[in-house]
Design a protein. Structure first.
Length: 800
């Protein structure tokens, strides 16, 4: 639609009135996006970021020619639901509602996977892909599947007709497969497939073709849900109207698709391709494999909304990190041996295989070279890990190794994390005769081998192409941006390997750990038409713009993009909150010692006193410590010293964490002790009287002794200046964690609560103070006090 001067964004706002800063947020997003730019925005709880961003997106899609759709990404499930609910509110008042869909993974949607029909131990993802490939082969126009009748596809729902010249499948063949699979309700031996409260028109057992269908004695396993999708000419049987106010989530998509007998994941994909607003997670924008799903809808006419953007840097770093497992290397070698073994058995076999490989321009000798490389890598792997563990753990390999290795993951760095020299594996490979030519050819060799095996009728699930590609990246990638190491993931097995004892306790992998995600983020954001990156904790925004690649985006020599930033203040009544800095010596590893109850040094006793004073105050109290070990120490001390119930949160499953939160907020007042980096201090709402005080003790830095962390610090120094390395890489993320934690208090205009930070590093002008990294308005609210004043100040606040 062309630009309209008559329609304003208020048409798309879901409520009668805006919050204090909400209008400004909406207008800033719109104006920045019209300039094809990005807005970096900090807005605390009460800003109305979700509704504001959706309102701006709706206006830009409907009232300008710049944007066709919007992609919302958030790493928090609760926030994803909030976007769904707010979009439904917007649609509730529109005559022509915006089409919306929330994306979920294949494992959540596959009817067979949900009901554990697949063989035990098989991957839902891989099994689905295999069945999709088999079904696609059966419905091709030139397949042997017989069609005995004319067939017309169902009317297309929420999708555009596919031109005949683009169709390689026959929808009638899809219908034949569906009818073959459909369960006869009169057949009592046919166990129906139930899932999501619906009964599919197919039995629980997976169907296969019959000899009569194929003029062949062989039967082919296929997916009837997939076949139904082809029978509909790749249309969705689930319309947007099935979702509340035209926004479709799993709750509507899954049962409707199952009832119709069509693939829920395919139906979701069709809806996605026709939606105005798509709601997903970070993977759908930043992960290469997940982008295969969303790529068709992402371009320069897409507005992107990045929620919880303070987590983007760390999340993208994880997505860019690649691993090559020891056992996966062995599988890649075995893939090649499927070709080499028969070739070595007879000259004729070798000639046949050489002919197949030549189709991919790969000589037989290249496969032999690749096999030798993988064989050498396996031996290097075993020796390197064995030697490292013997150096670190005295009893390792002596027959008492089960007492000698820690039940933790182990990092083995392959270079000094404080410099950019090539890693030890690369240097070893060159000395062993495996240079760049070998690394670069491995993926091509793997592809040729997989193709040859397929032609030979070998349906082996190969990994040699993927492994080869990763080794190619190992050679090509920058040594500052990617830190190479071996990771040993603790996973004890029942097997006992005497020659390589570490195999009894660890899964080993070569790791390319991403240290600098800003370049990748910049490149991805540059693919879109503009957008907003928002969070309650983005300050300092100038530093966020640097580490998130926005500054590079704005200063690009060829096509600079507009980048603007705004910070909004907390608008809830100031008299409803108290904010204190408790001035005690810094809680550092050096002065606090071990986190044990028998450690009663001066620092620990002082912090135990502060924790006790806060815990005994009015209502529910959340105490956040730098890590789970310190949280456990604090909880144990408090249980000995106070009468109020004390709950301890440790690293646990999502359901266990939810149950702990439920226990905390119900019944009598309690104390909940956790890590500042835990799941109960971020993305969790404590509403009304559920939380009265949150206190953060110390700075929650990640393990600064970790080689990975040192490598990240070095990379940040290399990019942003050595004087900024520790601050940018470690301090700023820790401060954002702190602000997320005490942001759990006061989630509405009528709520009251106390926010506390404990330790002298929060004091202005103190050694290594983090005070300057808090927003100015937040700094102005925090009052400095000594621990002895806590009781009186609590009384004064709650009695007011």
């Amino acid at each position: 639609m062309s630009e309209s001067s008559e329609v304003s964004w208020q048409t798309y706002f879901g409520f009668s009135d805006t919050y204090e800063n909400q209008s400004d947020v909406i207008e800033n997003i719109i104006e920045t996006a019209k300039d094809s730019g990005y807005l970096a925005m900090e807005g605390p709880c009460g800003t109305g970021k979700t509704m504001a961003s959706l309102t701006a997106a709706s206006y830009l899609i409907r009232e300008t020619d710049q944007f066709d759709n919007a992609m919302v990404v958030t790493p928090v499930k609760q926030q994803r639901q909030q976007f769904v609910e707010d979009l439904r509110v917007i649609n509730d008042q529109l005559e022509d509602p915006l089409a919306g869909v929330a994306l979920v993974g294949k494992r959540d949607l596959c009817p067979y996977g949900r009901e554990e029909v697949f063989p035990e131990g098989s991957s839902v993802q891989e099994r689905c892909e295999d069945l999709r490939d088999a079904t696609a082969t059966l419905v091709t126009e030139d397949s042997a599947l017989k069609v005995d009748q004319q067939f017309e596809t169902d009317a297309t729902l929420d999708s555009s007709p596919i031109p005949e010249e683009d169709k390689w499948w026959d929808p009638a063949k899809g219908r034949v497969l569906v009818e073959n699979a459909q369960r006869d309700p009169l057949n009592e031996d046919s166990d129906p497939l139930h899932t999501a409260g619906k009964t599919a028109p197919y039995p629980r057992s997976q169907p296969s073709t019959t000899p009569e269908m194929m003029e062949s004695e062989n039967s082919e396993l296929y997916c009837p849900f997939e076949a139904d999708w082809y029978s509909r000419d790749k249309a969705s049987a689930v319309p947007f109207e099935s979702g509340t106010n035209h926004v479709v989530t799993t709750e509507e998509l899954l049962p409707n698709a199952v009832d119709a007998g069509t693939c829920p994941h395919r139906a979701m994909t069709v809806l996605m391709q026709n939606a105005d607003i798509v709601i997903g997670n970070y993977n759908h924008v930043f992960d290469t494999s997940s982008r295969q799903l969303t790529a068709p809808i992402l371009d320069t006419q897409t507005l992107v909304i990045v929620d919880e953007a303070h987590r983007m840097e760390e999340r993208v770093r994880d997505l860019l990190t690649d691993t090559i497992g020891y056992h996966t290397v062995k599988r890649a070698k075995n893939d090649l041996e499927q070709i080499l073994r028969p070739a070595r058995q007879s000259p004729q076999n070798k000639r046949d295989i050489e002919t197949r490989l030549a189709a991919q321009e790969v000589p037989f000798e290249a496969v032999e070279t690749a096999e030798k490389f993988y064989d050498d890598v396996i031996q290097w792997f075993e020796t390197r890990v064995d030697d490292e563990l013997q150096d670190r753990f005295e009893q390792y390999g002596s027959g008492l190794s089960w007492n000698a290795v820690p039940e933790d993951d182990v990092e083995i760095p392959l270079r000094d994390p404080g410099d950019a020299s090539p890693d030890g594996f690369t240097r070893w490979a060159e000395q062993a005769g495996h240079g760049g030519d070998t690394f670069r050819m491995l993926s091509k060799v793997g592809l040729a081998v997989e193709d040859a095996l397929e032609q030979m009728g070998n349906d082996r699930d190969c990994v040699c192409t993927a492994v080869g590609a990763l080794f190619g990246q190992w050679w090509e990638r920058d040594h500052v941006e990617y830190f190479r190491e071996i990771e040993l993931e603790y996973s004890e097995t029942d097997a006992r390997d005497v020659e390589q004892p570490w195999l009894n306790y660890y899964n080993a992998s070569l790791v390319m750990y991403n240290c600098m995600p800003s370049e990748k983020i910049k490149g991805i954001l540059d693919e879109f038409g503009g957008g907003v990156l928002m969070s309650a904790t983005l300050e300092p925004l100038s530093i966020f713009e640097e580490v998130a690649g926005l500054e590079e985006l704005a200063t690009d020599e060829e096509e600079p993009r507009v980048v603007s930033s705004r910070t909004y203040d907390l608008t809830f009544p100031a008299e409803n909150r108290a904010s204190w800095i408790v001035d005690v010596e810094a809680f550092k590893k050096r002065n606090r010692g071990k986190a044990t109850l028998d450690n009663t040094n001066r620092t620990r006793e002082r912090y135990a006193y502060v924790a006790r004073e806060i815990a005994c105050s009015h209502g529910n109290i959340l105490l956040a410590w730098p890590n789970y070990s310190e949280a456990e120490w604090a909880a144990n001390r408090l249980r000995e010293e106070i009468e109020k119930p004390v709950l301890l949160d440790q690293s646990s499953s999502h359901e266990e964490t939810r149950e702990l939160k439920r226990e905390f907020v119900h019944g009598e007042p309690k104390v909940l002790v956790t890590s500042t980096r835990g799941t109960l201090t971020e993305g969790v709402d404590y509403e009304g009287d559920e939380l009265h005080t949150c206190a953060v003790f110390g700075i929650p830095l990640v393990n600064i002794g970790s080689p990975r962390v040192k490598a990240v610090e070095y990379a940040y120094g290399n990019r942003f200046g050595q004087e900024n390395s520790f601050t940018y890489a470690l301090t700023i993320p820790a401060v954002r964690q702190i602000r997320q934690a005490f942001g759990r208090v006061i989630r509405g205009p009528d709520e009251r609560g106390v926010r506390i930070v404990v330790g002298e590093r929060f004091v202005p002008d103190a050694l290594h103070s983090v005070y300057e990294f808090f927003p100015e308005t937040e700094r102005d609210e925090f009052v400095r006090m000594k621990p002895d004043f806590l009781t009186s100040q609590f009384g004064k606040f709650w009695d007011t």
